[in-house]
Design a protein. Structure first.
Lengths: 683, 156
């Protein structure tokens, strides 16, 4: 993106004042003496781009009074009635737009940025109908009508989602990226990418650097969160199918065996079994079905022979039914008693877990206390006696209890494993209870059926009817159960199929997860970082950095900032890494910031390593700390030499003609300068 | 088992460290006492029996609930409570650390103790349960109430 021109218009009672400048597509040098309005120009530029948060504020507050309240024209004080900034920008596809943002206006809000098609300032295109966009409303970076969203699209960006310090995710805001592109004078030269506004983004500077260098971390992160979302879906799908299956099984008095309630990739439908349990013994589904079929057939035979049945036989049947009823009664009682016991032990386990949790909390408090105590120089916190300074055990009952004692962190681990164990026991107990409940309902159902059967038999014996009501009743019961079981069987088959598919999805998900690289940066990323390091070193040496041996400077893979891997390696102080912030003289550190910002651009435009640098750099007073003019010259030379980089450098050159000449000698650039104050009558 | 011993010829036992009640960690107990002095004692001062009462009460929820009730009713209906040697040792440590100082009637929290407990209270997770209950009790368990019960012991 290129910034082509800027115009500030102050409407006053005596006509329009302000300024208008055009920028070169290469290097533009704004030469201005101190307090002549250089920062006003720079800040208006930031404001016009909706980037005033980089200067440290929102809205027109960041601008000087001269552009919103009053200014002096000679000795006359002129009140500002209304004021606005125009910025003309062009993107990489050559499309031009003009932005208009009010500073002080009775009608238009400073949060409004109007976007006009065409180059109004440089080509005089007439302002058409604006497209209104807004700043700083919640979602201005996300919604279509947000200005930052517009600018993001205009620049051809697709900003990634990044982690926040509070554990959520947010967009890598455009303003954070601009902090690496526009350096303001007051705080901008205090650190690499110093002015990132606060959005709660974790390690914002690293993220911005990664983004500009085009590292693939974001893609990988997106991939990972995609996989996460997929596994969430897998989990819900599995649970839904499992719950339906379990419910259906429960209604039919069946227990599922060999199927886990949580997703597993290792599902084998053959090993899943449905069993009928009466609390004591178990029969498989198939066996059960064949049993009741056999019973049904037997009953049919009996019914056919019913008319010929003698009273004795009927009595025998009644007796055997009564005996069966008693057996079922016993089973039912046992199953209920068992269930009660299991419930009691579950309660017990839950109590234990609550206690373990409380104990764990207290132990964690104790751990915190040790840290705090050590900070307050309480000797007991470091296991030393406050009186004699000898070491003491971390228990008050030393000497009363014998044998070694756990230290606090071991104790916490111990409690945590105890808690995990209890949790597992609870889960197991819950599963057992569920099975027992099924067994109890099943036995109860059979008990009731048998009871009815016996009553019918009694009726048969007393009435001597031609057709046995008992047999008919039992047959109907069996037929009903059989049809239920058939329905269940087909339902179970479809559900198992679904579960099998889910298991396959899970396996694929897990495989994809394993395929993700473990290190933060892949080989291609590493080569980009290596290139960045090379560029950085090259820049530092051309800027005359001399606080340390340049060959010893590296780019840290943890912070993506330069570090010094110490020369003292020879003195066996191995691996001591100091921050270059601490080890450089003031002006040398500024040289490093130049090198850093420039290296970001250089790396990003290298063929084969294309990153996301938009190709412009704004620097307000880069010559901090009485920078040598030769270093400034080197900077301007590199900037003007970068063919596709637009750079705008505002500097006072120590208000010295010779410094300016030396710094710009032999360079191709566009000069912007003015006499006196920057705010002048517009022609 | 017998085969195993026959095969190996011997058994070796190794004593593993045993867990410690968090109650018996010096700093935990000290801070608990400081908390009682800070939140539930007038002028950060308390007699020894009163400190023991709080220590005993903080060991179980039902006990401390009783104390909450007593603070509201302004009468202490607890006839006796335990005296824990751990408290005595913790107090000795705390005095040596200058977190506590002795007064004519008992113990008082020092400046250093106050600043330590202020740091501790900055973390909402530390002593969360105790803190809430002690605040509920406030400074309403007075020395007089404790004294009245203690007098009963002597006459018996």
């Amino acid at each position: 993106m290129n910034i082509l021109a800027i115009k500030l218009r102050l409407a006053t009672e005596t006509g329009d004042f302000g300024f208008q400048f055009e920028f070169s597509r290469g290097l533009t040098v704004i030469r201005a003496n101190n307090s002549s309005g250089k920062s006003t120009l720079f800040n208006c530029l930031m404001y016009g781009l909706g980037m005033e948060e980089l200067i440290g504020g929102k809205g027109e507050k960041v601008l000087p009074y001269a552009v919103k309240d009053y200014f002096f024209q000679g000795d006359v004080r002129v009140e500002v009635v209304a004021s606005e900034v125009f910025i003309e920008i062009e993107n990489s596809t050559g499309k031009c737009v003009t932005l208009r943002r009010a500073i002080r206006d009775t009608v238009r809000n400073p949060k409004l940025v109007e976007v006009f098609d065409g180059a109004h300032l440089t080509a005089g295109t007439v302002l058409g109908t604006p497209k209104p966009t807004y700043l700083f409303d919640s979602g201005s970076a996300q919604k279509q009508e947000g200005f930052h969203q517009f600018l993001e699209n205009f620049m051809g960006y697709h900003l990634p989602q990044v982690a926040t310090t509070s554990g959520g995710v947010t967009k890598l805001y455009l303003q954070t990226v601009f902090a690496a592109l526009a350096v303001e004078q007051k705080r901008g030269w205090t650190d690499y990418i110093a002015n990132i506004p606060f959005f709660g983004i974790r390690d914002a500077r690293i993220r911005v650097t990664e983004f500009l260098l085009g590292l693939s971390v974001f893609e990988r992160q997106a991939k990972r969160s995609e996989l996460d979302a997929a596994s969430m879906a897998i989990d819900t799908d599995w649970r839904r199918a499992y719950d339906t299956l379990r419910q259906a099984a429960t209604t039919n008095g069946l227990v599922i065996e060999g199927l886990s309630g949580t997703p597993t990739a290792l599902l084998d439908a053959v090993t899943v079994m449905f069993v009928k349990s009466n609390g004591k013994s178990q029969t498989s589904f198939v066996e059960h079905v064949s049993q009741i079929r056999a019973e049904h057939a037997e009953l049919g035979a009996k019914a056919a022979a019913y008319g010929k049945v003698s009273g004795t036989e009927a009595l025998q049947q009644l007796e055997s039914a009564t005996a069966e009823l008693q057996r079922l009664n016993v089973l039912h009682e046992r199953a209920t008693a068992n269930l009660t016991l299991q419930r009691a032990s579950l309660d017990e386990l839950r109590n234990l877990l609550a206690e373990a949790n409380e104990d764990l909390d207290r132990n964690k408090t104790a751990l915190k206390l040790r840290v705090l105590g050590a900070q307050m120089e309480v000797e007991v916190a470091s296991d030393h006696c406050p009186t004699c300074h000898q070491s003491v055990d971390d228990t008050l009952l030393f000497g009363i209890v014998s044998g070694p004692q756990m230290d606090l962190s071991t104790n916490v681990e111990y409690l945590e494993s105890q808690r995990r164990m209890l949790q597992r026991q609870i889960n197991g107990a819950q599963e057992e209870i569920r099975q027992s409940e099924i067994a109890v309902t099943d036995v109860a159902g059979r008990l009731a059926a048998k009871h009815d059967y016996r009553n019918s038999l009694r009726g048969d014996v007393s009435t001597g009817a031609a057709e046995s009501r008992a047999i008919v009743r039992r047959q109907i019961q069996i037929e009903l159960e059989l049809s239920n079981l058939e329905a269940f069987e087909s339902q179970a088959a479809t559900l198992l199929e679904t579960l099998g598919e889910v298991a396959k999805r899970l396996a694929a998900n897990q495989a994809a997860r394993r395929g993700l690289p473990k290190d933060a940066y892949g080989p291609e990323d590493l080569s980009r970082i290596a290139l960045f390091e090379k560029n950085f070193r090259g820049n530092a040496s051309s800027f005359g950095y001399e606080s340390a041996e340049i060959a010893d400077i590296r780019i840290s893979l943890d912070t993506l900032t330069p570090i010094l891997s110490e020369l003292e390696l020879r003195e066996i102080r191995s691996k001591v890494q100091t921050s270059l912030t601490a080890d450089s003289s003031a002006s040398d550190f500024v040289r490093l910031i130049w090198s850093y910002l420039l290296a970001l651009y250089q790396t990003s435009t290298m063929r084969g390593f294309e990153g996301h640098h938009p190709g412009f750099l704004l620097m307000d007073e880069p010559g901090q700390h009485s920078m040598r003019s030769s270093s400034q010259h080197a900077l301007l030379q590199l900037l003007s030499g970068a063919t596709r980089l637009q750079s705008i450098v505002a500097a006072s050159f120590d208000e010295n003609e010779s410094v300016f000449l030396e710094a710009t000698a032999g360079l191709d650039f566009k000069l912007i300068r003015w006499e006196g104050k920057i705010i002048q009558r517009l022609s | 088992m017998a085969e195993f011993i026959a095969e190996r010829g011997h058994l070796r036992f190794e004593r593993r460290p045993s867990p410690v009640l968090v109650e018996h960690r010096p700093l935990y107990k000290i801070c608990q006492l400081l908390l009682v002095l800070h939140l539930s004692s007038r002028g950060g001062k308390s007699t020894l029996p009163r400190l023991h009462l709080f220590n005993w009460a903080l060991k179980r929820t039902d006990r401390i609930q009783k104390l909450v009730g007593a603070a509201k009713a302004k009468v202490l209906h607890i006839t006796a409570w335990g005296f824990d040697p751990a408290v005595a040792i913790a107090i000795r440590f705390a005095i040596a650390e200058e977190l506590l100082q002795t007064t004519s009637t008992g113990y008082q929290i020092t400046e250093k103790g106050l600043s330590l407990i202020a740091e501790v209270l900055k973390d909402p997770g530390a002593f969360s349960g105790e803190r809430a209950l002690l605040k509920e009790i406030g400074k309403d368990i007075t020395e007089n109430m404790v004294e009245t019960v203690a007098r009963g012991w002597e006459s018996a």
